[in-house]
Design a protein around this ligand. Structure first.
Ligand code: HEM
Length: 402
């Protein structure tokens, strides 16, 4: 393990800070939230939790049940900042369930944290990978879900997964390195999504459970959403996954970090809000508003922002970072457990996640804003790698040619 890798994990808590996104109007929002919650659909249980009685639940089983039912939050600040008890091969490390995950967390943090402080394309890819492994499932599926099959079979070659090739290679290399210590692909992918989320500035620190089983059989096709699907189709598709309209609105907020490549190939690298690589709520407001020209809104996000079943929650998230983080964490916990039938036996390694970055000042936003206005082209790939942007403008006066 390179010292730099550990350093990157430790440094995350000491980046320049100032409150960039205060939770404006939070009190009014709480009132509206209470009203919306009373109209919310009943949350469904999944996997073995559907049949196990309360008396049979482990303490983790009880916590996960409460998270799924919405009565308990899924964020946690429990952190163990100590250096692991030994190298990953040592007897001391092998005796500690979360030790190997700590080493993995160091390695992932280094890959996901950009030198600009934004999270990298690998972080964004890891969140999308977690979604695409888990969401290949419905409540009538006999296989699929968060089972690692996206990288253990040829699922990754499906057109739905265009753009995930690079992050897939990174995860396969991690799997080849850590599988011999008992790490499943299914856990690696979901743990990776949670590390990536918290490495993105302002992202929630989501409780992280391990013990999922791998599946070497490809999941069913046709279960991932399309960017041109109607709101009705999207809401119904996610309902089949036990994800209600409210949770769907929270989950698509992950597009706050995104830079698309395939929706419009002539605009490769254009982001979905003006702050790519930052887990803020700008995405919600900009999807309904008039963002800078380089922001490319997905048709699927636009229809969800307008549908009567989803627009109330969409509006709620516009000024509510804490509210969104809380709801995203719960919704992602559900997503990360779809198709898992041993939830009651899972164990928890949240303590090895890097710290949350609850405030962030982006030093490169001023340059990025010029780029978003189309003032020059050069940043495309550089932003994508979340590399510090200073010094990259060779001809800032040049207008982008359309
Ligand atoms: C309505 C449902 C959804 C649709 C139609 C959708 C569609 C898309 C599309 C078309 C892209 C761009 C791919 C490319 O051109 O490179 C994308 C990117 C992304 N999606 Fe979604 N998505 C949905 C839901 C979700 C959910 C639930 C999550 C996570 C929980 C998620 C996470 C991401 C992330 C992080 C990216 C950015 C990847 C990057 O920057 O490389 N998406 N999504």
């Amino acid at each position: 393990m390179k010292p730099l890798t550990i350093l990157s994990y430790v440094l995350l808590s000491s980046l320049p800070t100032s409150l960039a996104h205060p939770g404006m109007g939070e009190t009014m929002n709480q009132v509206k939230r209470a009203a919306l919650a009373s109209r919310a659909e009943a949350k469904q249980l999944i996997g073995d939790l559907k049949t196990l009685k309360d008396a049979q639940l482990t303490s983790i089983g009880k916590d996960i049940k409460a998270i799924l039912l919405g009565t308990k939050g899924a964020e946690s600040n429990t952190i163990d900042t100590s250096i692991p008890p030994g190298t990953v091969d040592s007897a001391a490390c092998k005796a500690d369930l979360c030790c190997v995950w700590k080493w993995i967390s160091y390695e992932m943090t280094a890959k996901f944290n950009g030198t600009s402080g934004r999270c990298t394309k690998f972080a964004r890819g890891a969140v999308r990978l977690g979604f695409h492994d888990a969401a290949v499932w419905t409540n009538t599926s006999t296989s699929g879900g968060a089972d690692g099959s996206i990288l253990l079979t040829n699922e990754i070659d499906r057109v739905d997964n265009d753009g995930l090739e690079a992050v897939a290679d990174v995860f396969k290399a991690w799997y080849n390195k850590y599988n011999k210590y008992g790490v499943s692909m299914a856990d690696l992918i979901q743990f990776g999504a949670n590390v990536a989320t918290v490495v993105c500035p302002l992202g929630p620190r989501i409780r992280s459970f391990v013990g999922r089983k791998d599946n070497a059989k490809a999941g069913p096709t046709g279960l991932l959403p399309g960017v041109d699907d109607s709101a009705d189709k999207l809401i119904k598709l996610f309902q089949l996954k036990t994800i209600d309209a409210h949770d769907l609105v929270a989950l698509v907020g992950a597009h706050t970090t995104s830079q698309q490549h395939f929706v419009d190939t002539t605009r490769d690298g254009d982001p979905q809000d003006s702050t790519p690589g930052i887990w803020d709520v700008a995405f919600y407001g900009q999807t309904t508003g008039s963002p800078p020209p380089r922001v490319l809104k997905f048709a699927s996000d636009i229809v969800l922002s307008k549908d009567s079943r989803t627009k109330g929650e969409w509006q709620q998230f516009i000024g509510g970072q804490a509210h969104w983080n809380e709801d995203y964490a719960k919704a992602y916990t559900r997503l990360s457990l779809l198709g898992v039938n041993n939830i009651n036996d899972l164990q928890e390694c949240t303590k090895v996640l890097p710290p949350a970055r609850t405030s962030f000042t982006s030093q490169d936003q001023v340059v990025l804003d010029m780029w978003l206005q189309g003032q020059f082209d050069q940043l495309n790939n550089l932003v994508d790698d979340a590399i510090m942007l200073s010094g990259v403008i060779t001809n800032p006066g040049k207008k982008r040619e359309e």
